[in-house]
Design a protein around this ligand. Structure first.
Ligand code: BGP
Length: 469
């Protein structure tokens, strides 16, 4: 079987991780510009000041993408590049940059797939409480409208937010992302709710503009499975799914929060501050949302937790996806299992978990349109005789694309696959050491670009529409 004609083969990036030019051409400060410079927060103090200089080299990069045969490029817009202080004047030079990038994609027939928010919040908004402050909702909707009006004639695929769970949980529970708060549970749930409201309002605004494209949100897809059949572990896994998947997917796709979590939060005194109007808005939005994007890297293996934990403080290493963490409410913990395979950073490699998870989603949400908006392998790629031999990445992507194919056969409504990442870029907490790209960036040699083995492999997959997979 070949992948259907309307299935998009793509690859992704995010503004802070590739652009650089952090203070150029009128760009305002983002929370990451500030946070990454606090000692100890990132691997070896790395930051996105220069990143891989995509801001200046996007023409070269897009040309390489075209050569690879990429059908779509998922990138994000930096909010403080468009509106430097978050909710004031528009920076025309920021608009020019993205116009250039979008036009460059279109020149080669590459479909721009644009994320509005991939974590770089204008610092001025962070200082006023970030996502816990309802003013941020209105500022976001205004920013989204500016982008729709400036780019919507050419951009027909919009993602509002990337991975709400990550920037909220790491921002308010583990402290590994800005604003760096630890165990601020009430703020965590308030922030998630405000993001869902911002999403719903942005979708509403987009539909009012009648630009006839599609709009959705991207979530982490991290399905939880019990380590065995013991009842207490099965309950733990279900609890994990409710809190880490359904809490995020239900308000978007069903228009209401899962009752199980709502009741549990009430008992814990953690009900978010919400109004009837906001809850109604979420209800109304459920039918307007066009798709959901899934970022899948690994499942989680879960067991019941009996340790009493007062404060869940995690170091950078533990916040970066490695199992071995206790949930914020001490109900369950994630574990590594002996019979599983892991990457160098301790992430499980599990195409099976991907398929089982997709079936779980279909069961709960029906035929909603899906895109895989991120999937890939973080590795240190060997260089042999000047060739970047990233065979494990090829194997990883191959196995996951096979799952995508199988899922389509089973009737799961999957419309595209975006590998993470198109080019080696800055990993938020792991610096440049953890590579994901099809294109290598030589940090010792003027950030020169070079094609990896996977570049040629993916090109062939796209050309043959995955027939041999
Ligand atoms: C996702 C983010 C990406 C990217 C990826 C890999 O959560 O959306 O921006 O960073 O994870 O993560 P890491 O760089 O930690 O390996």
């Amino acid at each position: 079987m070949k992948f259907p004609k309307d299935f998009l083969f793509g690859a992704a990036s995010a503004a802070y991780q590739v652009e650089g030019a952090w203070d150029k051409d009128g760009k305002g400060l983002s929370n990451w510009d500030i946070f990454s410079k606090i000692p100890g927060k990132t691997f070896e103090g790395t930051n996105g000041d220069i990143a891989v200089d995509h801001y200046n080299r996007y023409k070269e990069d897009v040309k390489l993408m075209a050569e690879m045969g990429l059908e779509s490029y998922r990138f994000s817009i930096s909010w403080p590049r468009i509106i430097p202080d978050g909710n004031g004047k528009i920076n025309e030079m920021g608009i020019d940059f993205y116009n250039g990038l979008i036009d460059e994609c279109l020149k080669y027939g590459i479909v721009p797939f644009v994320t509005l928010y991939h974590w770089d919040l204008p610092q001025s908004l962070e200082e006023k409480g970030g996502w816990t402050n309802k003013e941020t909702i209105e500022a976001f909707v205004n920013y989204a409208e500016v982008c729709f009006k400036a780019f919507g004639d050419r951009v027909k695929h919009w993602i509002t937010f990337n991975e709400t769970i990550m920037f909220c949980k790491l921002g308010y529970i583990t402290g590994a992302h800005p604003p760096g708060k630890i165990n601020a549970q009430k703020e965590y749930f308030d922030a998630t709710h405000n993001v869902f409201v911002a999403h719903a309002k942005a979708v509403k605004k987009y539909k009012e503009l009648k630009q006839y494209g599609e709009i959705g949100i991207t979530h982490v897809f991290n399905p939880a499975f019990s380590v065995d059949d013991k009842e207490e572990n099965l309950i733990a896994a279900s609890h994990a799914n409710y809190y880490e998947t359904f809490w995020y997917y239900d308000p978007i796709l069903k228009g209401e929060y899962p009752e199980y979590v709502v009741n549990d939060l009430k008992n814990k005194g953690l009900t978010p501050y919400w109004t009837d109007d906001e809850l109604q808005l979420l209800k109304d939005n459920a039918e307007k949302n066009d798709f959901i994007g899934l970022n899948y890297y690994q499942p989680q293996r879960v067991e019941n937790n009996t340790e009493v934990v007062k404060i869940i403080e995690m170091d950078r290493e533990k916040s970066t996806g490695r199992p071995g963490n206790i949930s914020f409410d001490s109900v369950y913990k994630t574990v590594m299992m002996e019979d599983k395979t892991y990457t160098k950073w301790g992430w499980e490699i599990s195409p099976e978990g991907f398929l089982d998870g997709l079936r779980m989603l279909k069961e709960r949400y029906g035929d909603i349109k899906l895109y895989i908006t991120e999937n890939g392998l973080g590795d240190e790629d060997p260089i042999i005789d000047d060739v970047i031999v990233d065979v494990p990445r090829i194997k990883y992507i191959e196995a996951h694309l096979k799952v995508v194919k199988e899922a389509i056969k089973e009737g799961i409504n999957l419309k595209g696959y975006f590998a993470w990442s198109v080019i080696d870029l800055l990993s938020w907490l792991n610096g440049f050491k953890k590579q994901y790209g099809f294109i290598y960036v030589d940090h010792k040699n003027n950030l020169n670009r070079k094609k990896k083995l996977s570049f040629h492999w993916y090109k062939k997959i796209i050309e043959t529409r995955g027939e041999e997979l």
